[in-house]
Write a protein that binds this ligand. Structure first.
Ligand code: NAD
Length: 264
């Protein structure tokens, strides 16, 4: 047990199960002495999240569908009542209708576009509005992105557009909140087999492609993303804001297929 997060309290949003990136970050924070509250979407996930939270000594587990402003208000009112203030928030939430996570981006209808933007981009701003009010200088807000925000990835489609907007919102909020000493960053994770990822067309192919073509010649682990999350939430990254930090075995620097990689 380390002490990097000793005395810090924060909220982790987006745990669905033990394979969630949110859980990897929460465990890393708890292992360094941080106190973590959780939100979940819907009662079914609540039943999964509660025992995970208890396993790291947390009993603060709240429902929060981020499409609902009143639910976000209630979450932060509950945290204010319990803790008074907040040191960090992790937003590890994204959603798009999987019908449109295959085929052409061009065919995305308006309602699917707006829902993807609402849940995957705006919700981070909505959460940050409430969280920042409870934060002192040193506060840290973190979201999760993917390379599909910067480059065209097959099937990522409307999620890529939403993640591009999310990354832009990280930069704007970093500027807005810098004066208050609050940092806003994103981790752009390489592909990991989670519940959300299973909605993306040909995800196994994407995993293989990254494994063969990334400089480290492998995919990243949940623990590695958890470790980067810990860095972003702790004072170790005190000088870092507005950043999109790639944790992807270096894949984002690659311009062409590795000529020695096997066929997939
Ligand atoms: P996950 O399925 O474990 O987590 C996604 C979470 O989003 C779930 O807990 C789900 O309940 C939550 N969510 C969806 N709609 C919601 C709503 N309306 N209200 C509240 N919560 C809602 O999958 P994950 O891969 O851990 O995803 C976490 C984040 O990481 C997402 O933003 C995802 O886009 C991002 N990401 C994932 C990968 C990957 O390959 N798995 C790579 C890069 C970025």
């Amino acid at each position: 047990q380390g002490t990097l997060m000793k005395g810090k309290k924060g909220l982790v949003m987006g745990v669905a199960n033990e394979r969630s990136i949110a859980w990897a970050i929460a465990s890393a924070v708890a292992a360094q002495g941080g106190e973590v509250a959780f939100t979940y979407q819907g009662e079914a996930l609540g039943k999964r999240v509660t025992p995970l939270a208890q396993s790291i000594g947390s009993n603060l587990v709240l429902p929060c569908d981020v499409s609902d402003d009143a639910a976000i208000d209630e979450t932060f009112a509950a945290l204010e009542k319990e803790w008074g203030e907040l040191d960090f928030v992790v937003h590890a939430i994204g959603w798009a209708d999987k019908q449109y996570l295959r085929g052409r981006y061009l065919d995305t209808p308006r309602d699917a576009f707006l829902t993807a933007m609402n849940i995957s981009c705006y919700s981070f701003s909505a959460v940050a509005q409430r969280a920042a009010r409870l934060m002192k200088p040193g506060g840290s807000l973190l979201t999760l992105s993917y390379l599909g925000a910067e480059r065209v990835m097959p099937h990522y489609n409307v999620m890529g557009v939403a993640k591009a907007a999310l990354e832009a919102s990280v930069r704007y909020m970093a500027a807005d909140l810098g004066h208050d000493g609050i940092r806003v960053n994103a981790i752009s994770a390489g592909p990991i087999k989670t519940l959300a990822a299973s909605g993306i067309g040909d995800f196994r192919y994407i995993l293989k492609w990254n494994q063969y073509n990334a400089p480290l010649e492998r995919n990243v682990s949940l623990e590695e993303v958890g470790g980067a999350g810990l860095y972003m939430l702790s004072d170790l990254s005190g000088g870092v804001t507005g950043e999109v930090h790639h944790v992807d075995s270096g894949y984002h620097v690659v311009g062409m297929k590795n000529p020695t990689a096997p066929d997939i």
